[in-house]
Design a protein. Structure first.
Length: 325
């Protein structure tokens, strides 16, 4: 049931993709999909659709009728990574109560998507390098290795050059993974017409999914969304549209958007507010001190009051800063 629901979701995403064929990253995906032997490295921020691209490449390749298997390194316990990837035999270690086929074996003939590959430890990286170079996996507790035929699509949002310099990622593995590299730009970097088309497709997609009439956005809402940063990229855009449907209104106005989107999430918006508050409080301190000098000419008394106000203003100013953290 879960897999069926997931396939339906993926098919809806593909429908959005097929109606956005001008998107540069999908042009690249189609270009490399036909060569089933080339490994692909997808890079980009969280939420830019790396798994969607991986599934898309698999679906339009000659391996489309074979398995598509996902391995997310951040979700696998460090001690179980190799067992999860390559499998183990019963009794090979404490807790191995039965034979387990690894994800690489499950993906044999198809595609394996190594998500968040930048989180893999060095030992696992060495094992992955062997798979790429020799096409063999070593099941834990099994004396002989097994041959597998898999296409590897890896993805990460890390800076690989920095990881390589820190010696936390193998340079040779990096170059073996990036037979082709596709960088996925954040949604905010896309042209306005492309961002609008994406939002329109999400609106129509959820209308079909929920069996409802598509919501309408006012001009002020469109203006807001097309200038919004979308730090969570396509994932955030999808969640916003889904929540707008929960409003139960046919026409969405700016007040509905403001209830959903936290203003501080947009860094430009929150930074401007912080700067204005800081400027305002600095001005307040200077103004009170200047009045203090006029009203209290006696130096000793003047200094006591000055220190008192500075302490009061410091507490107030710190409260404002803490409010934005």
């Amino acid at each position: 049931m879960f897999e069926e629901h997931k396939n339906k979701r993926v098919n809806r995403i593909f429908d959005i993709i097929n109606n956005n064929k001008h998107i540069e990253s999908f042009k690249e995906s189609r270009k490399y999909a036909s060569d089933d032997e080339i490994n692909i490295l997808l890079t980009g921020e969280t939420g830019t659709g790396k798994e969607v691209h991986a599934r898309y490449i698999h679906t339009i390749s000659s391996r489309k009728d074979k398995p598509f298997v996902v391995a997310t390194f951040s979700a696998i316990s460090g001690s179980l990574v190799q067992s999860t990837l390559f499998g183990h035999v019963k009794g090979s270690f404490t807790g191995a109560v039965c034979d387990q086929k690894g994800l690489f074996k499950a993906a044999d003939g198809g595609t394996i998507f190594l998500d968040e590959i930048g989180d893999a430890n060095l030992e696992t990286q060495s094992a992955l390098l062997r798979v790429i170079e020799d096409g063999e996996i070593q099941t834990i507790g099994k004396p002989n290795s097994d041959v597998v035929d898999v296409r590897i699509i890896a993805a990460s949002n890390v800076d690989f050059q920095e990881k390589i310099m820190e010696k936390s990622f193998r340079r040779d593995l990096y170059y073996r993974l990036k037979g082709a590299e596709i960088h996925l730009e954040p949604l905010r970097a896309k042209p306005v017409n492309e961002r609008k088309e994406t939002i329109e497709k999400l609106i129509s997609d959820f209308a079909v999914l929920k069996n409802k009439t598509a919501i309408q956005l006012t001009n002020s809402v469109w203006s807001f969304l097309l200038n919004y940063e979308f730090k969570g990229n396509y994932r955030e855009a999808r969640n916003i549209i889904e929540r707008l449907y929960f409003e139960g209104k046919s026409i969405i106005d700016i007040q509905d958007i403001e209830r959903i989107i936290i203003p501080q999430y947009n860094s430009n918006y929150s930074t401007n507010i912080k700067e204005k508050e800081i400027e305002k409080n600095n001005h307040s301190v200077k103004l009170k001190l200047s009045r203090l000098k006029v009203k209290h000419p006696f130096c000793f008394f003047n200094q006591i009051l000055k220190n008192l106000i500075l302490r009061m203003e410091k507490c107030s100013f710190q409260g404002v800063i803490n409010g934005f953290k």
